[in-house]
Write a protein that binds this ligand. Structure first.
Ligand code: DAT
Ligand code: MG
Length: 152
């Protein structure tokens, strides 16, 4: 909590469906601050490391194939309770169970094509993912002009 950073990624389906702008706009409008962004293609090694917690799951191979199948937009967002707030804005893992108004609930139908990744709230997850995708000098420190109006 307090001001923290979280790793977010528009997955290949979200990029192909032209959802990058809408997704970025949601976080910007919420008041979160973009501190890093990278349009990239994930290779197999990075995919396997990023999703390492799922390596024994039956869906692991499909997940790695999917996430490496096209460009993704990787981002780091900063703000008060950023990790949990992003998870709430994303909805449930399965878009079919996600409420309208959430990103997965507005843009997805299928578990294996759920548009977006965001770090989970487990201690250390966000830091691990940020370090995996971004070098320290790719993350920018600056103030948004509206910060005094976003926070008491
Ligand atoms: P999340 O992306 O909400 O953090 P997760 O970490 O449990 O969810 O799983 C990572 C991704 O793997 C998820 O976005 C979609 C896929 N996935 C999860 N559970 C699955 C399942 N039971 N069958 C197929 N794909 C699954
Ligand atoms: Mg997860």
């Amino acid at each position: 909590s307090e001001h923290e950073r979280t790793f977010v990624m528009v997955k290949p389906d979200g990029v192909q469906r032209g959802l990058v702008g809408d997704i970025v706009a949601r976080f910007e409008e919420r008041g979160l601050k973009l501190v890093g962004g990278k349009f990239m293609r994930i290779d197999r090694d990075l995919a396997e490391e990023h999703y390492g917690e799922h390596e024994d799951k039956p869906f692991f191979d499909d997940l790695v194939s999917f996430i490496t199948s096209g460009p993704v937009f990787a981002m780091v967002w900063e703000g008060q309770d950023a990790v949990a707030q992003v998870r709430t804005m994303m909805g449930e893992t399965d878009p079919a169970e996600s409420a309208p108004g959430t990103i997965r609930g507005d843009f997805g139908l299928d578990l294996g094509r759920n548009v977006i990744h965001g770090s989970d709230t487990e201690e250390g997850s966000a830091e691990r993912e940020i370090d995996l995708f971004f070098a320290a000098d790719e993350l920018l420190d600056y103030e948004r002009v509206d910060e005094t109006w976003l926070y008491e």
